[in-house]
Design a protein around this ligand. Structure first.
Ligand code: IPM
Ligand code: MG
Length: 347
């Protein structure tokens, strides 16, 4: 299997190195060929290229892609995000952004009322439309009468495929058969209505899955107050972006939160959901577990369930031995965390 590797910027290369270390340790008989893609701020600053079409075509040839993080203080915000990350997600039609919110053993969080078992759900974020399509524009820009329009595009096809994915996920043996739509149907009466109608219609095909609905603002309360009420959440692109940062915090922080950009019929891309952490770059203080969790998801997507289970064991054994999930407060270095995962995966 060919794995495209985008090490990216900032601490990206450091966490990718640990992810690949773990991949190598757990792979068993599976053969992986790593194909490096030189993409990110350095390439952009050197050549002006962000994600040229031939590189995107190269990514299409992969079985999966492993991405560190992109972004750099020297590059104006929006360029790498939109023209690299979003271009890859859209170009490869990775319409599912899958973000498990799991609290691993021994992990401290900011919410003392949560027990470890309280936090175990997954957010299925729509990843190909909504506010992220870039639709909209300016009118009379720079004047007192300026108009800025940012449109949320929601198609029947796009909503239906994400909702179906979420129902299928809710049926998997490791889930609890509960699907919650998170939206803002009381205000976004067009887009929210489409989501709600699709959930209602598709739910008829899944009589074993209990469905409910929570407004996005209330969902933020429940993340803190009653996270165990969630099993599978389905939501749009923007709401999914926002609530998964809060989700990361109830897992222990961005250092532990992994995600997958999935095209169930095509090439999927896995990444830690956090950024490039410029303050920690080159210090060996960044937490690689989110990237290692991304490797676990990548293995699962490629049908390597046993190897994925090994990574999971490794992560669970590492979290018990670390003092914190926060960068610089782990009680050990980036590479030592990777070593602990390798050790735990083997036992
Ligand atoms: C994420 C990030 C991206 C997003 C940014 C970097 C474009 O916040 O993966 O959650 O908004 O999707
Ligand atoms: Mg985000």
């Amino acid at each position: 299997m060919k794995i495209g590797v985008i090490r990216g910027d900032g601490t990206g290369p450091e966490v990718v190195a640990e992810g690949l270390k773990v991949l190598d340790a757990v792979k068993g008989d599976a053969a992986f060929e790593l194909v490096e893609f030189d993409l990110g701020a350095e390439r952009y600053l050197r050549t002006g290229d962000v994600l040229p079409d031939e590189e995107l075509d190269g990514l299409r040839e992969m079985d999966a892609v492993f991405l560190g993080a992109v972004g750099d203080p020297r590059v104006k915000p929006g360029i790498l995000e939109r023209d690299l990350l979003l271009k890859a997600r859209f170009g490869l039609d990775q319409y599912v952004n899958l973000r498990p919110v799991v609290r691993y053993p021994g992990v401290e969080t900011l919410v003392p009322s949560h027990s470890e078992d309280d936090v175990n759900f997954v957010v299925v974020r729509e990843n190909s439309e909504g506010l992220y399509t870039g639709a909209g524009g300016f009118h009379r820009k720079g004047t007192q009468y300026e108009v800025a329009v940012q449109e949320s595009i929601n198609t029947r096809h796009g909503v239906e495929r994400i909702v179906r994915y979420a129902f299928e996920l809710a049926m998997r043996p490791d889930r609890r058969r509960k699907l919650t739509l998170v939206h803002k149907t009381n205000v976004l009466t067009f887009a929210g209505d489409l989501y709600q109608r699709v959930v209602d219609e598709v739910s008829a095909e899944y009589p074993d899955v209990e469905t409910d609905y929570v407004h996005v603002d209330a969902a933020c309360i429940y993340f803190l107050d009653w996270p165990a009420r969630f099993d599978v959440i389905v939501t749009d692109n923007m709401f999914g972006d926002i609530i998964t940062d809060l989700g990361a915090m109830i897992q222990g922080g961005m250092g532990i939160a992994a995600g997958g950009n999935i095209n169930p019929e095509g090439v999927s891309m896995f990444e830690p959901i956090g950024g490039t952490a410029p303050d920690h770059t080159g210090k060996g203080t960044i937490n690689p577990l989110a990237a290692i969790g991304a490797v676990e998801m990548l293995l699962r997507q490629l049908g390597q369930a046993e190897a994925a289970a090994r990574v999971d064991r490794g992560i669970r054994s590492a979290t018990k031995q670390m003092t914190s999930m926060r960068a610089g407060e782990m009680g050990m270095s980036t590479a030592e965390v990777g070593d602990l995962v390798v050790e735990g995966a083997a036992s």
